[in-house]
Design a protein around this ligand. Structure first.
Ligand code: C2E
Ligand code: MG
Ligand code: MG
Ligand code: MG
Length: 285
């Protein structure tokens, strides 16, 4: 995304020569190649999910976020920060997002059948493009039915960008899924443009404080104020709140002191295999 913005800026400034910019050519060529490889990767089963623990105030694992991983046969691991935007712009996010939902729901069903893991919830990232698809609701419901996953334990992470499209349509889709028990968390909250009046209208369950505010929460008074405000806002609206990107006990303590009761971050566990979710050493201060 940063690359693309840079080249759009360059193109605007030097519009006649930009096509021959060798750097731009390299970026566009890589994107085009990634798109071809994404298509093939889906067919060849190169994608898998990792699960990062979400914990409560006592450090107990309450669930996980499913994070998509791509092991490319030549390039090795490609980060979602690079391939998700390509998947979105090419439309491949539709089959890819569907694959993610299916794999996550299957895992959720496995957890539900085991006594030790039956309490776990699973958060799944949904891209705006995927959510906008008119078949989105029926696809999610079909996957729930086919996998036997408990919809009460499924949490869809959406972003504010999706609310810019058509707020009425977003409310309709969320309400339809909510009536089946599916929950919604607003990911990367604070980085987008959602107005407070929109926030009130959305059938949300949780706000997720973006990690960019958590990172410097102890040293940057603005970030601290934003984090505190998000917690207060969630409380006012009757929503849950979770902080992402929590790496230190000090960050956790600060957030906890200001009313945040759910956390995710390297302090508690890195994204890993489903089998290791409960095995990771819990870090309780
Ligand atoms: P996100 O949904 O905000 O996910 C959180 C990201 O922060 C993940 O990066 C996670 O590995 C990372 N993270 C977790 N704890 C910490 C921490 O303590 N410190 C730091 N520095 N980072 C931490 P990841 O896995 O690279 O994913 C990046 C983004 O890609 C995600 O951001 C999400 O927007 C997107 N993404 C990942 N999987 C999917 C997917 O299945 N579908 C869609 N549409 N997007 C996905
Ligand atoms: Mg997320
Ligand atoms: Mg996030
Ligand atoms: Mg984030």
């Amino acid at each position: 995304r940063a690359d693309l913005a840079m080249y759009q800026a360059k193109a605007a400034g030097r519009n006649t020569l930009c096509f021959f910019d060798p750097e731009m050519h390299a970026v566009l060529a890589r994107r085009a190649a990634l798109e071809v490889d994404l298509r093939q990767g889906l067919l060849d089963g190169q994608f898998f999910l990792q699960y990062q623990p979400q914990v409560d105030d006592a450090g107990g694992v309450t669930g996980a976020e499913a994070l998509l991983r791509w092991r490319h046969p030549q390039r090795g691991m490609v980060s979602p920060g690079e391939f998700i935007p390509v998947a979105e712009s090419s439309g491949l996010i539709l089959p890819l997002g569907q694959w993610v939902l299916e794999a996550a729901a299957r895992q959720l069903a496995v957890w539900s059948r085991q006594y030790e893991t039956s309490h776990l919830s699973l958060a799944v990232n949904i891209s705006a493009r995927q959510f906008r698809d008119p078949r989105f609701v029926e696809q999610v419901l079909r996957i729930i039915e086919q996998t036997g996953a408990n919809p009460q334990r499924l949490k869809l992470e959406i972003t504010e960008s999706l609310l810019l499209d058509d707020i009425g349509d977003a409310i309709d889709k969320m309400s339809a899924l909510k009536s089946h028990g599916v929950g919604f968390s607003l990911d990367d909250f604070g980085t987008g443009y959602s107005s407070l009046s929109y926030l009130k209208r959305l059938p949300l369950d949780q706000l997720k404080i973006d990690q960019s505010f958590v990172r410097d929460v102890l040293t940057d008074p603005n970030d601290a104020a934003i984090a505190r405000t998000i917690v207060a806002l969630a409380q006012t609206l009757g929503l849950g709140v979770i902080a992402e990107g929590v790496e230190t006990a000090e960050q956790r303590s600060f957030l906890s002191e200001h009313g945040c009761r759910a956390f995710q971050g390297y302090l508690f566990g890195r994204p890993g295999a489903a089998e290791d979710l409960l095995a990771q050493s819990p870090t309780v201060a």
